[in-house]
Design a protein around this ligand. Structure first.
Ligand code: AMP
Length: 473
C-alpha cells in the first residue's frame, strides 16, 4: 500500500514524501480513505502508531476547498495537554507546508492576546485544550458553528484528566452535521458512551499498540541492588548500550526523577528531566532540548511523559519497574516506533519481582534477563541486608557485578562514544577511598547514613517494604 493509493491530494502527497515516509502505517491505511470519504472514524490506537498523520493528512486534503471566516474556525482538534496540542501544530506545519492555512493554537499558559488575534483573522485549523477553548467561547471570542471536522484525540487521557464534561459541552456547540474523528488508546465504558452519543455511524479502526510488537522492541531485565548502586547500574547500562542514540528514563516517583536527573548530570551525562512539578515553560524547554539533541537522556515520570511523541528514541530505561503493568507497555512503546527498532531495559531489584511477573502476564511472554544471570549469581543480596553496613554483609560485595560491567564498558570505551561522561573521576576512585556521603558511593559501595560510624542499634537489619508512591499531578 502506498500513500498515493489512499486518495490524498497532490500537495499532501508531496509533503508526505518530503517527510521521508514511504508507506502508510496500518492506522493511516485504514483511517485515511474513510476520513476522506467524510465518514466518522473511531480510531483505537495509541501514540506511536502514526495516528496524528492519520487525521492531519485527510484534514489537509479536505481543507483545500473553502476559506476560513473571522472567529469561525473550520476544523477543531481537541488535545488533553498543551504539549500534545503543540505537537499537532508541528504536524500541521510539516504536512501543510504546501498549503497556506491559518493554524491557531489555544492552550493554557500562553497569552490570550496572540491567540485571539489568530482566531479573529480566521483559522482553518484550531488546536485546543478543552478548558481554554470553552473560556474563549464563553467570552464570545470564538464561534464553533462553522466547524466542519472535529477531532477528539487521546480521549482516554481526557477521561483520566476529568475533561469528559467539557468534551460533551464542546460537542454540543459544534454543528450536528460535522465529521468527527475520534481517537483513544483504550475504550473504557465512559468513552464508549461518549462515542455512542457523538459519533454518527463511525467506521471502527483498531490497531495493535506498537508495544505489542515483539519484533520492534528488544526487551531485557537487569538485576540490580537498590539505592545508589542502582544509579551505577543505570550508568553502566547507558554506556554499554548498543546503537544508542538517545533514551527516555522512567522513574515511578517525581522526587526520584529530580534526584536521578541531578545524579546523571553530575556524572557528566547530557540529561534533562520532565515531571509534573515543573512549570510549563521548563517542561517545554526540557522536551525541546531532548528533541533537538541538546540532551540525549530525559528522565521522566509516567504522567509527565504520557502521550508525548518523541520520535526516534533508541532506548527506554525503566529505572523503576512500573507498579501498574499497563504503564510498562506505555513506557516501552516510546521506542520501536513507526517501524524503527528500539530497546527497552528494565532495572529490577528483588522487591520488584512481583511486578515483573505481572508485566510478563500482561504482555503474555517472559522478558529475558540480561546475561541470563539470577540475583544469586550476581551476588545481589536480599533487600533487608542490602542496606546493612558492609561488615554485616555475607557473600559477594554488592556492586561486584558492576565491576564485570565496568570491564565491558572499558572494551566499549575504545570505540568513540559521545556518551562518555566528561568527569570520570568518581568512577575510577579506589574502593578504599573515603565516602562521598549519602548519595553517591565511594567506588561501587553504597554508604548509608553515618557509614561505619553508625551506632549499633541502627545496624540491626530491618525488613524494608518497597514503597511506591504514585505520582499525583
Ligand atoms: P504518532 O502516533 O502520530 O504520534 O506518530 C508517531 C511517529 O511516527 C511520529 O514521529 C511520526 O513522525 C512518525 N510517522 C507517522 N507516520 C509515519 C509513516 N507513515 N512512516 C514513518 N513514520 C511515520
Amino acid at each position: 500500500m502506498t500513500f498515493r493509493e489512499l486518495g490524498l491530494s497532490e500537495k499532501v502527497l508531496q509533503a508526505v514524501e518530503a517527510s521521508g515516509y514511504t508507506h502508510p502505517t496500518p492506522i493511516q491505511a485504514k483511517a485515511i480513505p474513510e476520513a476522506l470519504a467524510g465518514r466518522d472514524v473511531l480510531g483505537i490506537a495509541q501514540t506511536g502508531t502514526g495516528k496524528t498523520a492519520a487525521f492531519t493528512l485527510p484534514m489537509l486534503s479536505r481543507l483545500e476547498q473553502g476559506r476560513a471566516r473571522a472567529r469561525m474556525p473550520r476544523t477543531l482538534i481537541l488535545e488533553p495537554t498543551r504539549e500534545l496540542a503543540a505537537q499537532v501544530e508541528e504536524s500541521f506545519a510539516r504536512y501543510g507546508r504546501n498549503h497556506k492555512l491559518n493554524v491557531a493554537l489555544l492552550i493554557g499558559g500562553v497569552s490570550f492576546g496572540d491567540q485571539e488575534a489568530k482566531i479573529t483573522r480566521g483559522a482553518d485549523v484550531l488546536i485546543a485544550t478543552p478548558g481554554r477553548l470553552l473560556d474563549f467561547s464563553e467570552r464570545g471570542k470564538l464561534l464553533l458553528t462553522g466547524i466542519e471536522i472535529l477531532v477528539i484525540d487521546e480521549a482516554d487521557r481526557m477521561l483520566d484528566m476529568g475533561f469528559i464534561p467539557d468534551i460533551e459541552r464542546i460537542c454540543k456547540l459544534v454543528p450536528f452535521t460535522r465529521q468527527t474523528l475520534f481517537f483513544s488508546a483504550t475504550m473504557p465504558q465512559e468513552i464508549v458512551r461518549l462515542t455512542e452519543a457523538f459519533l454518527h455511524n463511525p467506521v471502527r479502526v483498531e490497531v495493535a499498540p506498537a508495544a505489542s510488537s515483539p519484533a520492534a522492541i528488544a526487551q531485557a531485565l537487569v538485576a540490580t541492588e537498590p539505592g545508589p548502586a542502582k544509579r551505577e547500574t543505570l550508568r553502566s547500562q547507558i554506556r554499554a548500550a548498543d546503537n544508542f542514540k538517545n533514551a527516555i528514563i522512567f522513574c515511578n516517583r517525581k522526587r526520584d526523577v529530580a534526584i536521578l536527573h541531578k545524579s546523571l548530570v553530575r556524572h557528566g551525562f547530557r540529561a534533562g528531566a520532565l515531571h509534573g512539578d515543573m512549570d510549563q515553560r521548563a517542561r517545554m524547554a526540557s522536551l525541546e532540548a531532548f528533541k533537538n539533541g541538546e540532551v540525549d537522556l530525559i528522565v521522566c515520570s509516567d504522567v509527565a511523559a504520557r502521550g508525548l511523541d518523541i520520535p526516534d528514541v533508541s532506548h527506554v530505561f525503566n529505572f523503576d519497574v512500573p507498579v501498574h503493568s499497563e504503564d510498562y507497555v506505555h513506557r516501552i512503546g516510546r521506542t520501536g516506533r513507526a517501524g524503527k527498532l528500539g530497546t527497552a531495559i528494565t532495572l529490577v531489584t528483588r522487591a520488584d519481582r512481583k511486578h515483573v511477573a505481572e508485566i510478563e502476564k500482561l504482555i503474555g511472554r517472559p522478558i529475558a534477563w540480561q546475561r541470563s544471570a539470577s540475583f544469586e549469581e550476581l551476588g545481589i543480596a536480599d533487600e533487608e541486608v542490602a542496606y546493612a553496613p558492609r561488615h554485616e554483609r555475607r557473600g559477594r560485595r554488592p556492586g561486584e557485578h558492576h565491576k564485570q560491567q565496568a570491564g565491558g564498558r572499558e572494551r566499549k570505551a575504545a570505540k568513540p562514544n559521545r556518551h562518555k561522561p566528561e568527569h570520570r573521576a568518581p568512577e575510577r576512585r579506589s574502593a578504599a577511598a573515603p565516602s562521598r556521603g549519602r548519595h553517591e558511593s565511594a567506588g561501587d559501595r553504597p554508604v548509608v547514613g553515618m557509614g561505619e560510624h553508625t551506632p549499633g542499634f541502627l545496624l540491626r537489619p530491618v525488613k524494608l517494604k518497597p514503597q511506591v508512591v504514585e505520582e499525583a499531578e
